[in-house]
Every structure is written in structure tokens, then in C-alpha cells.
Design a protein around this ligand. Structure first.
Ligand code: PLP
Ligand code: TYF
Length: 401
């Protein structure tokens, strides 16, 4: 039956972990997948998450959740994203559903736009973007187009002129995907001034802003500051779509905790949108998993636990920032590695887009047992005080050829 099924390529990011696992060297380092590691290189369960699990232990049955998930969780997730003082939230104008983490949120969003968006079913994604964005929207039946975002080579940075130009030339009324903060893979975000200009461009072309916020808190260490862009767009009168993930900021990766929301014109419109979200979700997976949503809701609902969580997010962000500065110092001042490495310090979030070439990344894997994605992206969280020296020396060798 399946004789005609061709073998497909592995996921460009998760495939790196496979290669890493197969390597038996004690020196090996996995900088592929964006998953936080502590100073000992180990996965990190946030103490606030442990505490929430203790509070929950034995207290709940395993009944199904409603189709759109745990309502305590979805309202608290919306509050975290839009702000406690959000007028839309107070007016009951935000339609929100729990989702299977950020990926599921994007996919529900794709399906909703494919079915109900009155404008062109075309989405503009930044180049580069998180690899999964492309198949998510393509599989949803939305045409994928691109806008420039990044300038490679010397002076690596945001291609602001290119981005604005491409969006000004975009098809009127199309959808535009915006990484709310900590752009993956480049680690480069627009400034607040640039977000303001972007809001004007989006308005002038009647584009629909579709935010992917997978790293709230991870960019600056402050969840409010990291939510600047979607909140500003809402303030400016845009209707937005928003995907949230609690994989990174609560370390709930495998629990699959996320939310998808749409702002609406009225309570009545929200109710209609809610009903259609349910119609999309029911034949996909019926209802979402319960445990992770309970953890997130417990944390967000308890002021003390919430404050503890915020400080733990900050702690993760700060450890990454510290690693950026150590790596920069080693390459620039200790090893005098050829090239300008200042972008390692200026980039934000989980990743650094190193500028290493595919040949150099290949050499690092083969000669130094160091794994990263082929585009030269490294997960900064995979570095710690024990391995950063070895990493810097290996990069130095790879660069010098
Ligand atoms: N969007 C971006 C930009 C990401 O980097 C990720 C990965 O964490 C996701 C969405 C969704 O991830 P998850 O489905 O694990 O929440
Ligand atoms: O970019 C990353 O590494 C994270 C994790 O299919 C991830 O976003 C990677 C690939 C994937 C799902 C999550």
C-alpha cells in the first residue's frame, strides 16, 4: 500500500537532536533545539512549576476539558498577553482558546483564517523565520509569501528598509506574521519606534497582524515589556491574532500549553468567533490536555507564585545574557577570532544567529561534536560556564579553517 510513499527529510531543528544523541563523545554540545538548560546543562523544571504541581497533586479528576480548554487558564493567559488593564479584556471582546502549545495555536489560527478571513488568504512571513511557520500555514491552505527581515554578512542585523519596503508592496488586505519578541532564529527585534512605524505600514496596507509570541519574558526578562508590540497594535486600533506558548517561559515544553486569541469588535462578535473556533477544534483533537493548563493557571492566578515565576523567567533570560557576554569576550578579546562578534551580545532571546557558514557548522559537528542548525543558529541556553570555553575555541578553529 505504501510502496509509493517517499522518505521525507528530518525536521531541520529536531533532526539536530537525533545527530547529537548518536554522538558518543563526552565533549558533545547540543545547541540545536531551543530548549532551556541550566548551568549544569540539564533541563530545568521551574521551582514555581514544581510548587504548582505540589498544590495540584491529587486534587483533580481526569475528566475532559471543554473544547476551548480550561477557562481559568485561557482568561489568565489573555491577561498575561494583553495586560491586566486591557480594555478589550474588560469588555469581553477577546476570543481565546487553549491550544496544543504555540504550534497548535498557529495551526488553529491558520485553519480559522482559511475558513473565515474575508481578505486574501495570503500570509507574509519574515525571511528567515521559524522553519515550522511555512508548513503550518501551507497545510492550513494559506498561501505563503515572504518579506525581508535580516541582512546577513558584515553588520548582521535587521533589514528594516527591506521589511518596510516589502510590506508596503504587499498585497492589500493580506495577513502578516510578526514575531512578538525574541525573533527566532535571528534574535533581532524591531525597536519600539520601529514597531510604531510598522503599525502605520500595516494600517496603510490594511494588512492583518498575526502575532506569534512564543517567548514572552524570554527577551527582556520582563513579561510586560516583551508584550509591547501586540499591546501597542491593539491600542492603535488593529484587530490582531495572537499565538501564545508556555513552552519556554514556564519550561512546560512537553505539556503542550498554549493559547490562540482573536480580538473582536463586540461581545456578540466574540461569541460567534468562539463558536467557530470550537467547530474547527472539535474534529482536530476534540479538547486539549489538562495537566499543563492547570499548572499555568495555578501560577498565573496566585500573586505570590506569579511573582516567583516572573523572577524565574528573568533568571533564565539573565543566564542567557551572561553567556552572550562571556562568549563575546572569549571570541573578541581572548582568542581574537577574525570577524565582528558584537551581534552575539546585541541579539536577544533564546538564540544567536552566529553568521557561521554551513561548512563551518558542519566542521563543528564533525570535528568538535558541537551541533547547531545549518543556518548557524545556536541556542544560547545550551552554553554554560563549563562548555563555553570549549565552544569558543572550536568556533575559533572553524573560522580560521
Ligand atoms: N513559534 C516560534 C517562533 C517558536 O520558536 C516556537 C518554538 O518554540 C513555537 C512557535 C512553538 O513551539 P511550541 O509548539 O513548542 O510551543
Ligand atoms: O526553534 C526551536 O528550536 C524551538 C523548538 O518542530 C522547536 O522553537 C523546534 C522545532 C520544532 C518544534 C519546536
Amino acid at each position: 500500500t505504501w510502496a509509493g510513499v517517499p522518505a521525507g527529510p528530518p525536521d531541520p531543528i529536531l533532526g539536530v537532536t537525533e545527530a547529537f544523541k548518536a554522538n558518543t563523545s563526552p565533549k558533545k554540545i547540543n545547541l540545536g533545539v531551543g530548549a532551556y538548560r541550566d548551568e549544569a546543562g540539564k533541563p530545568y523544571i521551574l521551582p514555581s512549576v514544581k510548587k504548582a504541581e505540589e498544590l495540584l497533586a491529587g486534587k483533580n479528576d481526569k475528566e475532559y476539558l471543554p473544547i476551548t480548554g480550561l477557562s481559568d487558564f485561557t482568561s489568565l493567559a489573555a491577561k498575561l498577553a494583553y495586560g491586566a488593564d486591557s480594555a478589550l479584556l474588560k469588555d469581553g471582546r477577546i476570543a481565546v482558546t487553549q491550544s496544543i502549545s504555540g504550534t497548535g495555536a498557529l495551526r488553529i489560527g491558520g485553519a480559522f483564517f482559511e475558513r473565515h478571513y474575508p481578505g486574501p488568504k495570503v500570509i507574509y512571513l519574515p525571511t528567515p523565520t521559524w522553519g515550522n511557520h511555512i508548513p503550518i500555514f501551507r497545510d492550513s491552505g494559506i498561501e505563503v509569501r515572504r518579506y525581508r527581515y535580516f541582512t546577513p554578512g558584515e553588520g548582521v542585523g535587521l533589514d528594516w528598509k527591506g521589511a518596510v519596503e516589502d510590506l508596503k508592496n504587499a498585497q492589500e488586505g493580506a495577513i502578516v506574521l510578526l514575531h512578538a519578541c525574541a525573533h527566532n532564529p535571528t534574535g533581532i527585534d524591531p525597536t519600539q519606534e520601529q514597531w510604531k512605524e510598522l503599525s502605520e505600514v500595516v494600517k496603510s496596507k490594511k494588512l492583518f497582524p498575526f502575532f506569534d509570541m512564543a517567548y514572552q519574558g524570554f527577551a527582556s526578562g520582563d513579561t510586560t515589556r516583551d508584550a509591547f508590540a501586540p499591546r501597542y497594535f491593539v491600542e492603535q486600533g488593529h484587530q490582531i491574532a495572537l499565538c501564545q506558548s508556555f513552552a519556554k517561559n514556564m519550561g512546560l515544553y512537553g505539556e503542550r500549553v498554549g493559547a490562540f486569541s482573536l480580538t473582536t469588535e463586540s461581545k456578540e462578535e466574540k461569541a460567534r468567533v468562539d463558536s467557530q473556533l470550537k467547530i474547527i477544534i472539535r474534529p482536530l483533537y476534540s479538547n486539549p490536555p489538562v495537566h499543563g493548563a492547570r499548572i499555568a493557571a495555578t501560577i498565573l492566578n496566585d500573586p505570590k507564585l506569579n511573582a516567583q515565576w516572573e523572577s524565574e523567567v528573568k533568571g533564565m533570560a539573565e543566564r542567557i545574557i551572561e553567556m552572550r557576554s562571556v562568549l563575546y569576550e572569549k571570541l573578541t578579546n581572548e582568542l581574537k577570532t577574525p570577524g565582528d562578534w558584537s551581534h552575539i551580545k546585541s541579539q536577544i532571546g533564546m538564540f544567536s544567529f552566529t553568521g557561521l557558514s554551513p561548512a563551518q557548522t558542519k566542521a563543528l559537528a564533525e570535528k568538535a561534536h558541537i551541533y547547531m542548525t545549518a543556518d548557524g543558529r545556536i541556542s544560547m541556553a545550551g552554553l554554560n560556564s563549563h562548555n563555553v570555553g570549549y565552544f569558543a575555541e572550536s568556533v575559533d578553529k572553524a573560522v580560521r579553517g
